[in-house]
Design a protein. Structure first.
Lengths: 478, 487
């Protein structure tokens, strides 16, 4: 069962717990990164010495008869918007270049406590704003399946790192699809848990009411393993769910017998959804039906307003969250004769175009006289959407839809057209607006051998049903 | 001000809550620490940090709401108030906008009911110190920021425009301070900035219903400057109206030095705070337990306490007000009365509102920090009542006891000033003097009333001298008169 050369997290953990060298595993990952990351640029920062030292410490613990935990010796990549004490944390932005947090994010503490070995920080669109990782101030990441194409975003570095075989596990964050869309484009598994399932403490905020950290992995089982480690209540995050979510690993193989699957018509039939993507969703539905689920179409009427609502709420919160990057306390400072000019010059020089665009959109949406028409209206859409989901869940247990309307596109294809780029998120943002869990998993390939992802939605706290469904789809994937 | 105008005044009082820790993190809430020592990622607004609400602050606000008859909303939410300022770590302040924690209460001030529209919780900002250029921002070489105060819990209490004069505004703040102090939610020290007051002042024609244009005045750091600033502003607006000029709606700064309010540049005023609900915090929904805790052990409010002390001790309303208005003084007096008995209450209160209060004002100390304990004051009053020392001597003794940790009896003993009232001892002194001055005795006995008085003064002086100032003058006088009237 345990293959020491494996890049599967649960196999590595089992091997390390049985005395196989974690240092050796880490070295294998570091070699893979050294061999190909100059081309892909999945990582912004790799700390090889620290990774080897952490792995050596795990080996010592095992030698001493200690059990380091469920992720014993498993290399894990961290999206570079997660704070790690003393380590560079840039959020893909010049404005945070050189800043080293004095504290560590709760999720990172949790993977460390489970025995994982952090390898480095992965590339992302600046402040997680984007769907291609082209908005990183430090250059784009390339898709391991075709380096001329994007890996998706914003967690493109994390998704590419898994697809390239650099690491078995990675953490990402998902505000409008930033875990699921790159997972789809890179052919890996990515899950956004219920809002509040994973602590946001130490996650550099983009849009606080939408942001959620989640796992990226090579398969559904590894994603479940990582989710079980990182979920749970955290008193340092007031929006954290008091009792957490149920374990997903424990129920993974329970099948879909009796589970009711709704296929969201607004999303499968949406404009811009490639035919091969729609067909993949259909095939996945048929596979579920064969495995004992009942399948039927379902409508989420408010879904058509989702994108508009999202592009008001997320920028509005971002405009406030990003105000603190003013050059006074940390990060970049461009000096001037007075404070207001210093603030303005610092922000003008430190933020990229997409971040500035969203700050302006959000500032406008919250302005006196416009608040009700924009932010207020968007919040009402959110309420409507939750109501539509509730009524869908009266007849169904999980919902099925595409993750990304398209397979991976070429670098530069959408950079000149922000709206086209925003449409990449049309199927994923609904889960963020509603606060519900959703995950993407690969289901075959399309033209050019590019991976296609399908998406499973579930009700809040119903990650177990979501993962059971995903597991069955995975087993029947072409 | 011209008789033709009526002033309409509303006050916004910011009071620092006396919680042990800050509003959204575990940093200590204390005044006067080394700059930037009570800080953490949360109150510094570091990327990735999140606020966690201090339950104590919520309890304090609920307690305040409870005693002033506020409605208690089932739910209350925080909002972000967005604006750039270097001493505000996140460049937004977590405050409350819609759905504040206390809605619609009132405070009675000298028989007038002053409405309070709302009270809400918010975090304080840091403090900027401008270096060079006389400490003013525009001429400064550079500025330093101390974030110790950032995140300290504040309660903003917004009155309705029910006040009509500077005097009434001062009385309202004074009464509000008393309430906040009595319920133990704030130290209310205006000088340390734990109580800050902004005033909204407008004028309208006598008898008019509609309100005039409102001017907001800031930067008053004492009750006295609050009164002065409002008076100045009323006069300024009256002059404008008299001259037929409009009053501009603006924010003006009170300048203590020149005794005037000054308009701020309009650019600084054009704030759009872009309030929206704070997504990092969940709504406050006080459960019955929380409400019960807030209502537990509610102390007597100042107005009730003044009434009770005046009634029980037979002291004037004014003395009762002085005792209650000075933090800790009423407690001090009550402990002293408990030690000596209610019969001495009036005497004790006289000392409290006289010498003791004078020393508190001079030293800036609170009664609890005095070297003299309440039963020490009781001991002093007892010494006077027993005739052991005179009232004049008692003042000197008290002065020493307020500065040094000594008991009154100890000071009396050290100074050797205890009065001698022993009849036999003093009679012997008188006998010696009479025997030593036979001619003066004879002259006294032969003289008329006027000369007798003068002579008597001479004998008394000799007697006091002979007892080294310790003879009880009353007893000496009586014995002397007996001997001179003599055989």
């Amino acid at each position: 069962m345990t293959d020491p050369g494996s890049i599967n997290a649960s196999e590595i953990a089992t091997a390390v717990r049985n005395g196989h060298s974690a240092v050796e595993t880490v070295d294998r990952c570091l070699d893979a990164i050294a061999a190909r990351d100059d081309e892909l640029h999945a990582f912004l920062h790799v700390d090889a010495d620290a990774a080897r030292a952490a792995a050596a410490a795990i080996d010592e613990r095992v030698a001493a008869g200690d059990d380091p935990g469920a992720l014993a010796g498993v290399p894990v990549a961290l999206k570079d918007n997660l704070c790690v004490r003393g380590a560079p944390t840039t959020c893909g932005s010049r404005i945070l270049e050189g800043w080293r947090p004095p504290y560590t994010a709760t999720v990172v503490d949790r993977v460390l406590a489970a025995g994982a070995v952090p390898i480095g920080k992965t590339n992302l669109d600046e402040f997680a704003m984007g769907s291609s990782t082209e908005n990183s101030a430090f250059g784009p990441t390339r898709n391991p399946h075709d380096p001329a194409r994007v890996p998706g975003g914003s967690s493109g570095g994390s998704a590419a790192a898994i697809a390239a075989g650099f690491v078995p596990l990675a953490l990402g964050s998902d505000t409008g699809g930033s875990i699921r869309q790159p997972a789809s484009l890179c052919g890996v598994v990515g899950a956004k848990p219920t809002y509040g399932a994973v602590s946001r403490h130490g996650l550099i905020a983009f849009a606080s009411s939408l942001d959620q950290i989640g796992p990226l992995a090579g398969d559904v089982g590894d994603a479940a393993l990582l989710l079980d480690v990182i979920s749970g209540h955290d008193p340092l995050d007031s929006t954290s769910i008091p009792d957490g979510i149920p374990s997903v690993s424990a129920v993974l193989d329970e099948g879909v017998e009796g589970i009711r699957v709704g296929v969201v018509s607004e999303l499968t039939d949406a404009e811009g959804v490639q035919a091969e993507v729609g067909e993949a969703v259909e095939s996945a539905a048929i596979a579920l039906q064969k495995a004992g689920a009942t399948v039927g179409p379902v409508s989420i009427p408010a879904a058509v307003h989702g994108l508009a609502a999202y592009y008001l709420i997320a920028p509005a919160e971002a405009s406030s969250n990003l105000a603190r990057y003013d050059g006074v306390r940390y990060g970049l400072r461009v000096d001037a004769d007075d404070v207001a000019t210093m603030n303005a010059r610092t922000r003008a020089s430190g933020f990229g175009a997409e971040v500035k665009r969203r700050i302006m959109l959000g500032t406008y949406a919250l302005s006196a006289g416009y608040y009700d028409a924009y932010y207020g209206q968007a919040q009402r859409v959110r309420t409507l959407l939750i109501r539509d989901f509730e009524s869908a869940y009266e007849s169904f247990d999980v919902l099925l839809a595409p993750t990304s309307p398209t397979t991976a596109f070429e670098l530069g294809a959408k950079t000149a057209d922000p709206l086209a780029m925003y449409l990449s998120d049309v199927c994923t943002i609904l889960a963020n607006l509603a606060g519900h869990p959703a995950m993407s998993l690969p289901f075959g390939t399309g033209e050019g051998g590019l991976p296609i992802g399908v998406q499973v939605f579930a009700q809040p706290l119903r990650e177990p049903e979501m993962f059971r469904t995903a597991r069955v789809i995975e087993e029947s994937a072409p | 001000m011209s008789r033709r105008y009526e002033a309409v005044i509303g006050l916004e009082v910011h009071c620092e809550l006396a919680t042990a820790t800050k509003l959204f993190c575990a940093c200590r809430n204390e005044f006067g620490a080394e700059p930037n020592t009570n800080v953490c990622p949360v109150c510094l607004g570091l990327p990735g940090s999140l606020p966690v609400l201090n339950g104590r602050a919520v309890e304090f606000a609920l307690r305040f709401g409870g005693v002033l008859g506020f409605g208690a909303p089932a739910r209350s939410i925080f909002a972000r108030k967005n604006y750039f300022y270097p001493d505000m770590p996140k460049d937004y302040q977590i405050s409350q906008y819609e759905e504040p924690i206390c809605i619609d209460g009132a405070l009675e001030v000298d028989g007038v009911r002053v409405g309070i529209e709302r009270a809400h919780l918010e975090e304080d900002t840091g403090k900027t110190v401008h270096v060079g250029g006389g400490g003013r921002i525009h001429e400064a070489d550079h500025s330093l920021v101390d974030y110790n105060r950032a995140g300290v819990p504040l309660m903003e209490i917004v009155s309705r425009p029910d006040l009509r004069s500077a005097e009434q505004a001062r009385a309202y703040v004074q009464e509000l301070r008393g309430v906040l102090l009595a319920i133990g939610v704030s130290d209310v020290k205006m000088e340390e900035g734990s109580l800050r007051v902004d005033a909204n002042v407008s004028l309208r024609s006598e008898g008019a219903d509609e309100l005039g244009t409102k001017v907001e005045i800031k930067n008053m750091n004492s009750l006295r400057s609050l009164g002065r600033a409002i008076e100045f502003e009323i006069d300024r607006q009256a002059e404008l109206l008299e001259a037929g000029e409009p009053v501009a709606q603006e924010t003006r700064h009170w300048n203590e030095a020149d005794g005037r309010t000054h308009g701020m540049r309009s650019k600084e005023e054009a704030f759009d705070y872009r309030y929206f609900p704070e997504p990092d915090l969940v709504p406050i929904v006080p459960d019955p337990q929380m409400r019960a805790r807030a209502g537990e052990r509610l102390p007597e409010l100042p107005a009730d306490r003044r009434g009770r002390l005046a009634r029980e001790w037979g002291i004037s309303e004014n003395d009762a007000r002085l005792l209650v208005d000075v933090a800790g003084l009423a407690e001090f007096a009550e402990a002293a009365v408990a030690a000596l008995g209610a019969g001495s209450a009036k005497d004790l209160v006289n000392w409290c509102v006289g010498e003791v209060l004078g020393f508190l004002n001079e030293s800036g100390l609170v009664p609890g920090a005095l070297p003299l304990a309440p039963d020490g004051l009781a001991e002093l009053v007892d010494l006077v009542a027993a005739g052991s020392i005179s009232r004049a001597q008692a003042k000197d003794v008290l002065d020493e006891c307020l500065r040094e940790p000594k008991r009154p009896r100890q000071v009396v003993a050290e100074r050797g000033i205890e009065q001698v009232s022993d009849e036999a001892e003093l009679a012997a002194v008188i006998d010696d003097i009479v025997a030593a001055h036979p001619d003066d005795v004879a002259a006294y006995r032969a003289a008329d009333a006027k000369v007798r008085k003068k002579k008597r003064g001479f004998f008394m002086g000799e007697a006091i001298k002979a007892t080294r100032n310790q003879g009880n003058p009353k007893v000496l006088g009586r014995l002397l008169d007996e001997r001179l009237a003599g055989d």
